[in-house]
Write a new protein. Structure first.
Length: 340
């Protein structure tokens, strides 16, 4: 082998989870804010332990490995500036890596971090995150007393990572709140584990679903919610009131709740603790957790999420008109109502 040839590293044979695909319309070099999530290999709970007397006081106590992960995270800005300075000197061209860390949350089997890339970088955010992952993996193997020479490093993280990009004003605070709320959500999920279990092959009518939430809501009379855009506003308001009255009288409101008026019905129903069954256009992973207000509704037994999708379709993608029509028709069919 020639001296100037680089030693090729063996390709990681582990499959990349579908949730870890990158956003194709973003180059990951420019000014932007990202929330990244990394999961331990096999989702082993080796980074910390959940403690606290109740969900509101819940927190994660880091293990020695968790402390190393936190240290690696906090070192990212300094290390990247040092790497950029060395590269600039080597190639005779200024390399910029101006990074700020906005927030983070260590969990027993995963890690959330929010990164602010303040100006165009010579490397991608992916390179920064991979460097962080390598540093954590080396610390992990040091704690295991595994020699680095002669043996491959034991992987700490599963292959790849998930990122969420801040596109809209006001989204940053939602990211920060979500990250900080993770310990509370974990304790709630453990206290109500039956409400968050993903159930497969649930038969209802002629269809088979995957579900999350309270299956007993299917025993209620079902009231399909579908608001036509062609209706005048007064008719929409009247219909919305009728739906809420029906739910107060014991019916479970069912639908995808996609249009603005349907979302209003959903919001009012959830705020009042009324029974809701939502049909979703994506599949549930084994570690799926309902987002936002749906999480608390699920923990209180007021919500059932149902999916007829057989493959893992990202929940963040834009739903098509054809899918909207199909889901509304399915809601009407399950409720025994015509969907006009």
């Amino acid at each position: 082998m020639k001296q100037n040839e680089k030693t090729m590293k063996p390709k990681d044979p582990r499959p990349l989870p579908k949730s870890h695909r990158r956003c194709l319309k973003n180059d990951y070099h420019g000014r932007c804010i990202y929330m990244v999530t990394l999961c331990t290999e096999g989702r082993k709970p080796i980074l910390g332990t959940l403690e606290g007397d109740n969900p509101e006081s819940a927190f994660i106590r880091p293990t020695p490995l968790g402390e190393k992960v936190l240290q690696c995270w906090k070192n990212i800005p300094v290390l990247q500036r040092q790497f950029a300075a060395k590269k600039s000197e080597r190639i005779g061209k200024t390399c910029k890596r101006n990074i700020s860390l906005i927030g983070h949350q260590l969990m027993p089997d995963h890690f959330h971090g929010i990164i602010f890339v303040r100006e165009e970088m010579d490397i991608s955010v992916g390179d920064v995150v991979r460097g962080f992952m390598v540093g954590c993996t080396k610390a992990y193997n040091t704690l295991l007393q595994t020699p680095e020479d002669g043996k491959p490093l034991r992987p700490l993280w599963e292959k790849g990572y998930h990122d969420r990009i801040l596109w809209h004003a006001g989204q940053l605070q939602n990211m920060i709140n979500y990250v900080k709320d993770n310990p509370r959500r974990l304790m709630v999920k453990r206290m109500h584990s039956d409400c968050f279990a993903v159930m497969r092959n649930v038969k209802y009518g002629e269809c088979t679903f995957s579900t999350v939430g309270n299956l007993h809501l299917l025993d209620n009379p079902l009231n399909a919610v579908h608001v036509s855009n062609a209706w005048p506003e007064e008719e929409k308001r009247s219909y919305m009131n009728c739906c809420i009255i029906a739910a107060r009288q014991g019916s479970a409101l069912i639908g995808p709740f996609i249009s603005p008026w349907e979302k209003m019905v959903l919001e009012v129903a959830l705020n009042e603790g009324l029974p809701v069954i939502q049909l979703v256009p994506y599949a549930f992973t084994n570690y799926y957790k309902p987002p936002g207000t749906l999480f608390d509704a699920c923990s209180h037994g007021n919500l059932l999420l149902m999916s007829a999708v057989s493959s893992e379709v990202p929940s963040s993608r834009r739903i098509s008109r054809e899918e909207c029509v199909a889901l509304n028709a399915l809601a009407g069919e399950l409720a025994g109502q015509s969907c006009g």
